[in-house]
Ligand binder design. Sequence first.
Ligand code: DC
Length: 695
Amino acid sequence: MADHNTTFIIHPGGTLQGPVRVPGDKSISHRAVMLGALADGETEVHGFLEGEDSLATLRAFRAMGVEVEGPRDGHLRIRGAGLDGLRAPPGPLDLGNSGTSMRLLAGILAAQPFDSVLQGDASLSRRPMARITHPLARMGARIETAPGGTPPLRIHGGRRLQGIDYVMPVASAQVKSCLLLAGLYAEGRTCVTEPAPTRDHTERMLASFGCEVLREAGRICVAGGGRLRATAIEVPGDISSAAFFMVGAAITPGAEVCLTGVGINPTRTGVVNILRAMGASLDIENERMAGGEPVGDIRVRASRLRGIVIPRDQVPLAIDEFPALFIAAACAEGETVLQGAAELRVKESDRIQVMADGLRALGVDARPTDDGMVIRGGRLGGGCVDSHGDHRIAMAFAMAGLRADGIIEIRDCANVATSFPGFVELARHAGLQINVMQSGKGSCTRPTSGTAMERSPREHSPPVITPPVITIDGPGGSGKGTVSRLLARRLGWHFLDSGALYRLVALAARHHDVALDDAAGLARLARNLDVRFEEDSDLDDVCIYLDGREVTGALREESCGEAASQVAALAPVREALLDRQRTFCRPPGLVADGRDMGTVVFPHAALKIFLTASAGERARRRYKQLKDKGMDVRLDSLLREIEARDARDRGRRHAPLKPAPDAVHIDTTSLTVEDVVARILALWRERSARASVPV
Ligand code: DC
């Protein structure tokens, strides 16, 4: 396993706006591959979810000789092998993290003429399988598990299965589907009775493939001995993925999203019903049918949520959505009570304990019970949350960042790709302030009590963030630019001159006639800056192009610096430049020069420096620089300008010039550039040796 992992960093102040199209439904994607592979003829699938789990199902069928073209942009063409056309796989089938793949495949493989082994990753290897192996054994299957009824599953081939009438002790769509799929091969009828309705995608899709499915009052039956006919499948957007955006929009003042083309199968809309009961403004528009499944556009607006006792009958219909719903509960007025959801303890993680721990780390009163949780809504603070590799927990806490008043750091998020490829990009596009870091493995240090962690993430276990960042902040003329550039060159790292970005906005404003107090117009310019930085090795400098024109000289003019200082005071401009600045953080590392690098843009930087020098010294340096360029300037007016600019940069409300609390101060008044660079390099070596980061 890799010795690094993915950390999400969520900054406060984000929102959610606009239309959002979530990826295809995971449950339906799995079933489309399975039934397509077992059908006679060619099945076309559109909207297939190209996530790790559904790809694991696809790999398994390929290993059993099924020919599949794709996936290409969610499109698959499956040449069905027929119910009896699968071939023995060359080795164990590895299903990664996917419980659905393992449980449904077990039903199919129990009836094959060949032996097979199903295995998974560490998390899947802990999940209970007796719930399927027991009823399958009653049908005549022979399956061995690890002690405790967990994977791997060794399935013996050549068994004749008999139809059974099975009453499920726990409502589970995976168990039901497993038995119905085995039932396709069994003698006579296989019937499953469910104690509460569970998702019915298998039944609906079996019917689309021409299989007769009998459904009456909680009992579903199929007969063995039939055939499946290939068909076309349109996979709708996954409501479980949409749920994060529903909760995100409901809890964020001013937010409104429209989730388009989402599957609204009534066995999956528990999250809609529960959010409505909590007072969410949630409308379903444009309802239609696609491939046997109901589909609609879900519009959600910011709402005042209230705590509720979650109706028991909704629990199985929202089972995967509880991580997101717990976040809604944390933002609601009063108490929310969930009972009857013990199932959550055996998902990809123990979702009751892990969510309770995470909520407490953010200062929320969350009390786990055996089969649920009691959450008292209130203020959400910043803090560090360990997702335990559970993708839904990671995404739920990412949405909590919309309401938190501090930075949320979420550890162990690499598995988000299992169910929601493109989550980060989609969420960022909609307005969530999310960044991804490759960080040192390891969990957050647990808070000593269950109270809010007011501390910023750096105050608990210091994360070793790669690529590393050194921030150099300070007033103009303190030597930041020269020192940062030299330092970046010595380390072989990237360099961000953030001041140049503010100067570029000021210059673009001049070119496009945008007034320096038109915050919205300037923010638009900032978002759409067409700029290029080009290394010029002959000049040992960087040439900067704006809209294709070289502007390196114009940017350095005093008038441009003065205008930059004005536009830099506007919050919308600063926000618009935030993401662009963070994209400079690439391996092997970044030296970032500015005013708020250590406080706002890279609060997790490995080393933060604050450079100062007396105003007189800074004016003298600037004077010499400009004179060397042949410019006609006066020392006294430069000093006045420097003092005025300092006052503006320090006094502004948004991201003022100030040292980060953990910055190292260096007064450069009587130091040479070489002295300063050497000091910073020494500090970096010392720090990286302590944190074992390669220099
Ligand atoms: O470093 P510089 O002189 O190129 O910066 C130009 C102006 O931009 C400066 O007056 C302050 C502002 N600035 C800022 O507010 N935040 C930054 N990170 C960088 C510069």
